[in-house]
Design a protein around this ligand. Structure first.
Ligand SMILES: NC(=O)c1ccc[n+]([C@@H]2O[C@H](COP(=O)([O-])OP(=O)(O)OC[C@H]3O[C@@H](n4cnc5c(N)ncnc54)[C@H](O)[C@@H]3O)[C@@H](O)[C@H]2O)c1
Length: 413
């Protein structure tokens, strides 16, 4: 089952009285949850067994699309919920793709490059009959990147005996991947902020920002915001947090990450105040950007959040109990299905180019991403005001309406 938080949010949509109850019930279930056991041979020669999942939430809009997460805590329920979220995201954007997600409960960062390659090839062999360019197209997520996608594509093509570049997205650019200059997810998040900045009340000359998680998405959004005059006063990774009221030079933080270092113990080097990873979440700031994992803002800390706006780049960073508290406290939440939609938009363009057999044109993809995000942000804001619901409920309602319309056209509702 998908998690209670998503069910609560669907109840809010139901409460608006605009959607068909049968359809709402039917989308709560996934089309398929596939469980496979992989055997990974470690460099030491030892073999370990891992149970992993791929959830294909819905084929209603088109082939399923979604990331592959390598993280020790990933669970079947989380995979289901994230796949569901992806369907909402593609529906909100109006893309001809459904939602999927894969999870491998393993710490990718603890594996050698050879072990990661063997894991990806084993994963592809295990899921060979489930994935495909018109069926289910994986992409990177936490603990996974372009290299992993390259190995999956290579193994898939060897097994199928033909070239299928669009079986995955998020590949290295040499293999037809679309690498947007600023990173697609961060670009999309920044675009939403640009579109809604005044409406969200981010009118300070130099809004202060805290970024939780400094991986692919967190590093890129910090960089984009700093270039546009925001002041990054707090950052964290899984090892620790750093505060600096006068603001960080984001290039220094990115350089630290490029060297493979963690933030813990870097307070002197970066002339900052160090702390535990979660310490900065409740600090004073204008904008809080969770870009780590789900469930970071919950019932127990929602009352202490001091930001006035939250840009939810990590999926499910804010729990359903917490978003009620935040709404009561007038803290604006730009929900994940809008805030981090840039990633799937770039994936869509990479997939389309592979399907058509031509190179992906970065400028065209960027323009399309910006236009689609602008439109979704406008529609969500309009619904939020007109229906007097939170921006999050507005996004969910728009997504459900689109799914409903497609289901009717197909004779399924
Ligand atoms: N990569 C994408 O394009 C994309 C697209 C949509 C959504 N997302 C979501 O964005 C989030 C980040 O993804 P990513 O690709 O940057 O992952 P990543 O693996 O590159 O980075 C994750 C970061 O979070 C940090 N982290 C983990 N636990 C933490 C904690 N308790 N406190 C502080 N930091 C912590 C890690 O140290 C790392 O810096 C995820 O929730 C992912 O689902 C990513």
């Amino acid at each position: 089952m998908i998690d209670d938080g998503i069910l609560k949010r669907l109840d809010r949509v139901q409460g608006m009285g605009r959607s068909d109850d049968d359809l709402l019930d039917s989308i709560k279930a996934s089309d398929a949850l596939i469980e496979r056991r992989l055997t990974l041979r470690l460099d030491s020669g030892k073999r370990v067994q891992v149970i992993c999942w791929r959830c294909q939430h819905s084929h209603l809009l088109g082939p399923c699309k979604g990331g592959l997460r390598f993280h020790p805590d990933v669970s079947e329920e989380e995979v289901r919920s994230l796949a569901f979220k992806m369907t909402l995201k593609t529906a909100l954007l109006g893309l001809p793709l459904g939602g999927a997600k894969g999870g491998v409960p393993i710490d990718g960062s603890a594996l050698s490059v050879h072990e990661r390659e063997r894991l990806c090839r084993a994963w592809t062999r295990a899921f060979i009959s489930d994935i495909g360019p018109n069926k289910d197209i994986p992409a990177p997520d936490v603990g996974c990147g372009p290299e992993e996608m390259a190995w999956i594509r290579d193994e898939y093509e060897q097994l199928m005996g033909k070239s299928v570049p669009h079986v995955v997205t998020g590949k290295p650019s040499a293999l037809g991947g679309l690498n947007l200059r600023d990173g697609a997810t961060a670009r999309g998040g920044k675009r939403v902020l640009d579109k809604l900045r005044d409406k969200l009340g981010l009118t300070q000359e130099e809004p202060t920002v805290i970024v939780q998680g400094f991986g692919k998405v967190g590093g890129q959004i910090a960089s984009l915001l700093a270039k546009d005059g925001y002041r990054i006063i707090g950052v964290s990774d899984s090892s620790g947090s750093l505060r600096k009221s006068e603001g960080f030079d984001v290039d220094d933080l990115l350089a630290v990450k490029e060297q493979g270092k963690s933030f813990s113990g870097l307070d002197n080097e970066l002339e900052a105040e160090g702390g535990e990873p979660d310490a900065i979440l409740t600090d004073e700031c204008d904008l809080l950007v969770p870009a780590a994992l789900g469930g970071q803002i919950h019932q127990d800390n929602a009352d202490d959040i001091k930001a006035s706006v939250i840009l939810e780049l990590a999926n499910d960073a804010v729990s359903a109990d917490a978003d009620e508290v935040l709404a009561k406290r007038d803290i604006r939440l730009v929900p994940d299905i809008l805030a981090n939609a840039g990633g799937v938009l770039a994936s869509y363009h990479e997939w389309l180019a592979g399907k058509a057999g031509h190179e992906v044109v970065v400028e065209t993809a960027e323009k399309s991403l910006d236009d689609i995000i602008d439109r979704a942000a406008d529609r969500a804001w309009h619904m939020h005001k007109r229906a007097e619901v939170s921006l999050q409920t507005a996004c969910y309602a728009l997504a459900v309406e689109h799914l409903q319309q497609v289901a009717r056209c197909r004779g399924l509702a």
